[in-house]
Structure formats: C-alpha cells, structure tokens
Ligand binder design. Structure first.
Ligand SMILES: C[S@@+](CC[C@H](N)C(=O)[O-])C[C@H]1O[C@@H](n2cnc3c(N)ncnc32)[C@H](O)[C@@H]1O
Length: 237
C-alpha cells in the first residue's frame, strides 16, 4: 500500500506540474474570492518574513522543491541551494523560472534518499503532510542528519481549512489520510495528506533531535523552525 501511494504521489505531481502554481497563487479552481485569497497571501507574507529573518547562510537543502515558489525565497538567503524533487517536470519548471547557477537540482525519491552532506538550513514546504505515517520517523531522522550542528530546519505545511483546496475537492474531517485529488482535466490520483497539530509536530521534531518552535497562521498554515544544537561532549580526564 505504501509503495503504491508513494508512486501515485509522484505521478500526481508530475501530471500536475503545469497547473501546480494555480493552487499557490489562488487561480482557477483555487480562486475563492479576492477577500479570502488576500487572507492566504497575507499569511504567506508573514511566513516569508520569518524565513527571511534567518539571514544569509551558505548552504541550503530544499526537499520536494517543486516549481520554485519557495526556492526563489531561499535564493534570497542562501549562497547555494540543493533542490531535491522526484518529478522531472516540476524540476524543469523550477529551473526555467529561476535560471540560477546557485541552484543544483537532483531528481530523487525522498523515500530512497540518503543524506550525504550537512547544510546550514534544510527547508521543505507542503511535503511533510504527504509522508506516510509509517515512514515519518525515518524521514525526520534523515532530515536531522542533513542539518549541520548549529544549523536549522524550516517546515511549512497546510492546516485543515476548506477554502485552501480546489472548489471541486472535498475536505472531510474523517481521519482518513488517503485523499483523492483531481487535475483540471478530471484525472484522479490518491495521495496521503495529514494535517498536523502544533503539539504533535513539535513532539515528532523533538524526538528527531531538534529544539523546535511550531506556530500557526490565522487560517491556513502551520510552520516549524528548529535548531540542531551542539552535542555535549563528555570528556574523560
Ligand atoms: C505539494 S508539492 C510542494 C512543492 C514545493 N515545496 C512548494 O511548496 O511549492 C509536493 C512536491 O513533492 C514532490 N514529490 C512527491 N513525491 C515525492 C517523493 N517521493 N520524493 C521527492 N519529491 C516528491 C512533488 O513532485 C512536488 O513537487
């Protein structure tokens, strides 16, 4: 079941690549009225502001980097971005939008990914909610390994809010983590979507090793900022 849903999610985002930005920029099926859209944009602006406050760092790893919506923000604070995604279609869009020699792209399935470097900042937006629960702890352990000591993790994800999804999707509060998603042409895919509560997310990130703060915006988003602290060294003298 897990392997099948992982593949469906990859196929879904490959097929959705050209229409993905409509969701973020509140166009087409995601346009819920100027007033409601503005709430979304205001909450995004607040998160971007918090992200930019991190200030300049050398190396950033972006997981599930998508079409570049957040990669372009990371370019403002990072000298070099390593961007990982499993869809060649979204990587192509990201690359052509940003056209930056500072971004290095890797086509990798995050469930087979093995961290091989440590970064000042590891960032992922709207990805954690797609990680099947049985794979969450091992994924977060790999995230922890990929942050250098003294470095940070920054995570953004969705809250349970009916106006966040397309007007032809239904958001049911039934505890079912498997959701059906449609493309503009009506094609359907099954994905995992988990709406974390702050305490639950904080607990998961602390167990992975981070010192972390988790916050909500008024309606739409949950975000977490965590640090990997220096480990204490026990000296035997
Ligand atoms: C909801 S989108 C988020 C994209 C981007 N972070 C953003 O906020 O705009 C999820 C992304 O995860 C990618 N993805 C799906 N399954 C993946 C996997 N197994 N490994 C790596 N990336 C995956 C998709 O291609 C897509 O770009």
């Amino acid at each position: 079941m897990t392997d099948r849903i992982i593949q469906q999610q990859i196929e879904y985002y490959r097929a959705r690549a050209n229409e993905y930005d409509e969701w973020f920029y509140r166009k087409g099926r995601y346009d819920r009225s100027p007033e409601i859209n503005q709430r979304w944009f205001n909450e995004i602006a607040a998160i971007k502001n918090t992200l930019h406050q991190i200030g300049m760092v050398d190396d950033i790893l972006e997981l599930a980097s998508g079409t570049g919506i957040w990669t372009q923000e990371l370019l403002r604070i990072g000298k070099k971005i390593t961007a990982i995604d499993a869809s060649e279609e979204v990587i192509a869009i990201n690359r052509s939008k940003l056209n930056s020699l500072s971004v290095e792209y890797h086509l990798i399935d995050l469930f087979t990914w093995q961290p091989d470097a440590a970064y000042d900042l590891v960032f992922f937006a709207f990805w954690l909610s797609h990680v099947p629960p049985n794979l969450l702890d091992s994924f977060l352990t790999k995230v922890y390994q990929s942050v250098r000591v003294g470095g940070q993790v920054f995570i953004i994800d969705s809250c349970f809010e009916p106006t966040s999804i397309a007007n032809n999707h239904t958001l049911e509060d039934d505890g079912n983590i498997y959701k059906t998603r449609k493309l503009n042409d009506g094609q359907e895919f099954q994905i995992v979507k988990i709406f974390y509560q702050p305490d639950e997310l904080k607990d998961k990130l602390q167990k992975a090793g981070f010192q972390v703060e988790v916050k909500l915006t008024d309606n739409y988003f949950i975000y977490a900022q965590g640090k990997k602290l220096k480990q204490f060294v026990i000296c035997n003298s």
